[in-house]
Design a protein around this ligand. Structure first.
Ligand code: ATP
Length: 372
């Protein structure tokens, strides 16, 4: 689906002009969001941006100050959690420690007065679904963190809710388990086709799992889009920097396709600013090329800059290097090099390098207003 196709569909969940204040503190403002059937949406942003508050408002665990939440065409804005239709998984597994995995999963089914034989069949099916067939008799303390989180997921899915809410479900797990479980959750979500909203502060997790990501900052939505579009076409420097890493160079617009940064005149297409506007050009480290010395003076290449190596960091799959650009700009920019490219270079601190900033990979933003 492109975002255009979706406009013709009826959203499963609509958040309309939600605001939330805690006393005089504004935690959320002007929140509009449509989530489509079967979509996996990640709420993403730095600590304190309001993502957990928004998820809790969707669940009815927190009451918005104003605005509406519409789920499956029904205004649920003032319903308590029990009257809404969702399953939720929290960061802390929140399992009953005195109940087995099977009993934890069965809990909501018993409350819903499902007959015993049906409960047993459903629990077995759910254990299978989350890859824990045969673990039903274990107590939470006998399970690993990843296994406990699978039980929590099975419990959230038990009553076949219309909406799955995930509140940083992976952040308490160690790195390897986290990466495996995120793939499994994303596959399971697609298999079940359940509309899902996940809160995370981990941008890699959001890029890997989400159909669309909602990037939040200080209580408002900074950008909504597919992971690809947010990564490739961030609309603000905040989003550019929060999603992945970005180099910024300050300058002024010198002509429609050029920006002057100190004594460097750089080609920067896709730039709609007026002459002399203070701007910043942005380029991702993986797009900053390092040229062999002999190509340094090939005048047909745009944006070739001499630089001095200042920092080298081994990443395993390659290197991240920090270079000081020559000339009066003297900015530090970073580049990521695959191991094979790095082998051809002298990576001693102080070495002379030739960097290239391919114009296609450059984005131009207005400079943030400078406050006195
Ligand atoms: P984190 O990743 O750190 O959990 P978050 O983006 O989920 O951050 P929220 O938990 O939604 O952020 O909180 C948003 C802001 O609202 C924070 O500044 C927080 O201190 C404030 N806040 C949240 N809950 C309350 C509350 N019950 N009373 C007062 N302030 C609150």
């Amino acid at each position: 689906h492109t975002e255009g196709d979706r406009a013709l569909e009826t959203p499963y969940l609509q958040i309309e002009n939600v605001h939330k204040r805690f006393g005089s503190f504004v935690a959320l403002r002007d929140i509009y969001l449509d989530v489509y059937p079967g979509e996996f949406v990640c709420l993403l942003g730095p600590s304190g941006c309001g993502k957990t508050t928004l998820l809790r408002i969707i669940a009815g665990l927190e009451q918005q100050t104003s605005g509406r939440v519409i789920q499956a065409g029904r205004d649920v804005s003032s319903l308590p959690p029990a009257k809404r239709d969702f399953g939720i998984v929290f960061q802390s597994y929140a399992l009953f420690p005195n109940l087995t995995a099977a009993q934890n999963i069965a809990y909501g089914l018993q409350n819903a007065k499902m007959p015993k034989a049906q409960i047993d069949a459903r629990v077995a099916e759910l254990l299978e679904t989350v890859g824990l067939a045969g673990f039903g008799a274990k107590y939470p303390a006998q399970l690993s963190g990843g296994q406990q989180q699978r039980v929590a997921l099975a419990r959230a899915l038990a009553l076949s809710p219309g909406l799955l809410l995930l509140d940083e479900p992976l952040s308490a797990l160690d790195a390897q388990v986290r990466v495996r479980l995120r793939t499994e959750i994303a596959q399971l979500q697609k298999r079940l086709g359940i509309t899902t909203i996940m809160v995370t502060h981990d941008q890699a997790e959001a890029l890997a799992m989400a159909d669309r990501a909602v990037v939040m900052d200080k209580g408002y939505i900074a950008q909504v889009g597919t992971p690809h579009s947010i990564y490739q076409r961030p609309t603000t420097p905040f989003v550019a920097n929060f999603i992945g890493v970005m180099n910024f160079l300050r300058g002024v617009v010198a002509s429609s396709g050029q920006v002057r940064c100190g004594n460097l005149l750089l080609d920067a297409p896709r730039n709609e600013f007026d002459m002399n506007t203070p701007v910043q050009i942005a380029i991702r480290p993986e797009n900053v090329k390092i040229l062999p010395q002999q190509d340094a003076f090939d005048s047909s290449l745009p944006n070739v800059i001499a630089a001095e190596l200042e920092e080298v960091e081994f990443l395993g799959s390659g290197y991240r290097i920090g270079m000081r650009l020559e000339g009066d700009a003297k900015d530090l920019i970073t580049s990521e090099l695959p191991a094979d490219a790095a082998e051809l270079l002298d990576l001693q601190v102080g070495a002379a390098l030739v960097a290239q900033l391919p114009p296609d990979c450059i984005q131009v933003f207005a400079q943030e207003p400078v406050r006195a």
